[in-house]
Design a protein. Structure first.
Length: 188
């Protein structure tokens, strides 16, 4: 079972990222739980999503400890990071979150998600950069981030997440691949 906590603010695509992971996991025949929590504000309010991906039945959608943390803003990082287990993987948007020097790095991965997304053509696709990066890290940490949808499943799920929006799917596919490639080339 892989428990993932995603955090950011409204408008950063945290809920969309959770949906993508859920749909891709379902398409692979996995058991899925996707539980979004967000403030009343449309943009700028908090947005958190827990996603559980499992080969077996999931006993509860409530996550108090996670193997993976994905954080898109400083508030989410500070507030939710303690939920990630000590050996867990934390991926964060380094364009918005600064980590103090001297902190334990471990499985902590900064990703210039906004910068990479801007290069792809739309800063709003930073969440997909993170998704691609996470898919790569799942291959690198198979004992910790498993089961996790394959990159191909994530790509194939984009039209479900963005129906009738071919141009949006195309940009998000580029962002997904850019995040995956950044993790592979260690340029993030």
């Amino acid at each position: 079972m892989c428990r993932i906590i995603l955090g950011g603010s409204g408008g950063q695509g945290v809920v969309t990222l959770g949906k993508l992971l859920a749909v891709a996991g379902m398409n692979e025949g996995k058991e899925i739980s996707c539980f979004p929590t967000y403030g009343a504000e449309m943009r700028g309010g908090y947005a958190f999503v827990t996603v559980v991906i499992s080969e077996e039945e999931i006993p509860s959608p409530i996550v108090s400890r996670a193997e993976v943390g994905v954080f898109l803003n400083p508030f989410a990082y500070d507030y939710l990071k303690p939920m990630v287990i000590n050996s867990g993987v934390i991926i964060f948007n380094s364009d918005l979150i600064r980590i103090k020097k001297g902190r334990k790095k471990g499985n902590l991965f900064p990703v210039s998600a906004d910068t990479i997304a801007q290069r792809v053509g739309d800063k709003r696709s930073a969440n997909m950069v993170i998704a691609g990066f996470l898919a790569s890290k799942a291959e690198e940490f198979p004992n910790l981030i498993t089961p996790f949808p394959a990159l191909k499943s994530l790509q194939e799920s984009l039209p479900v997440i963005f129906p009738d929006k071919e141009n949006v799917v195309a940009i998000n596919r580029k962002a997904l691949l850019s995040g995956y490639d950044a993790a592979r080339s260690h340029v993030f």
